[in-house]
Design a protein around this ligand. Sequence first.
Ligand code: BG6
Length: 467
Amino acid sequence: MPFPKDFLWGGATSAAQIEGAYNVDGKGLSTADVMPIRKQGELREITIEVETEKFYPTHHAIKHYEYYEEDIALFAEMGFKVYRLSFAWSRIFPNGDDLEPNEKGLAFYDKIIDLCLSYNIIPLVTLQHFDTPLGLKKYGFWKNRIVVDLFVKYSETVMQHFKGRIRHWLTFNEINNMSTMPWNAGGIALSASEEEKMIAAFHQFIASAKVVKLAHEIDECNQVGMMYNGHFSYPNSSHPEDIQGNENFQNQMLFYADVQVRGKYPEYKLKEMERLNIFLPIKAGDEQILFEGRVDFISFSYYLTHVCGRETKGILKGLNGLETGYKNPHLKQSSWGWPINPQGLRFALNTLYYRYEKPLMIVENGLGAIDKIEDDGVINDDYRIDYLQKHLLEIEKAIDMDGIPVMGYTSWGPIDLISASNGEMSKRYGFVYVDVDDYGKGTYRRFKKKSFYWYKEVISSNGESLR
Ligand code: BG6
């Protein structure tokens, strides 16, 4: 049996992409709430404040705030062992810097967590998933060290409140998105300088490390992971300069994991910052903070692979569906142009494990596709089953043939949700269909897709049904 018997099967969502109720029960605005739906071929607009004539997908999302009981019951019906969700910081501290937490925000997550536990589903909570409180704008968001303390206070509040009920945490979703989607990662403009992005990332590293240490002090059973956006890449040719160019790209991404896993900046990054005249606002004691706050495990998302080389330009700029380096002629693409590469997942697991030797968890993977609901309410998403099946079989090989300890797998968007990169609803990932269109029109009724029954079988057979 390649999949260990305690393998954590489940699904993953984020607060802003499912909850809606963006201003209900005391919730404050977040950076996700000022992103109107993206127009085809354009970069995503950020309006800084809510403009009445614009449509903001997060404001209703899939109304999970109302439908959470039904949604979690569906996850339980599929047999989930784990559910990865995120807390909206702005639901708990509406402005990010409030003195006291919003009790109604905590009460909402009490209901969610207790419901998961009643189904024996382990909650895995991301503390910040693309939704920094908008109230922190006055400080410059993550560019300001003040935000480190505010994040630690928020984390301490929820870790104390949920002590004994939540033992699996992730600090920042896809922390390396500070280089690719900095607004999502921490309220930093895409046009910000490299130095500003590196300072914001440095503050997130310090914040994450402090929270890891704190989590262990609050409850020795707490396990805290990092969350890496799986930007894995192949060289464009065997030319040494392409190999080097590809290596440089990988390192620009993997340096985030180096810091969080090894507790210090790698030499190649320090040299690069020196060349670019980038100075980090390091304080006495910071080195120790980073070292003491090394993560317990590595989690990552995996959707695609890139192809990089000596002339790959722009790959780190605006990677919100617009640029993925060179085209890989050997791979088919999704309807959104994301190359589909199941074998790349085994490559990713090997790269991460043999670089860090930490337990790994795939906390996002899936196919964004247009689904068609038939007149009788059936959705035949065989393409999604095919995608997931092939990826899961590669995980099986990584466990069975490469000896990699994989803790679990949470598919992205087990229920349809709004896209993080473009705000569309039509880019669907779910096993459960939600009847709502890109502009929030629909009944919001939930329907089980064909993949719902397939995934249920995968879980109940602990992966045996894949073969
Ligand atoms: C990851 C994010 O980058 O990719 C998710 O953590 C996101 O929030 C997912 O939804 C898929 O991307 P998209 O753009 O299809 O929503």
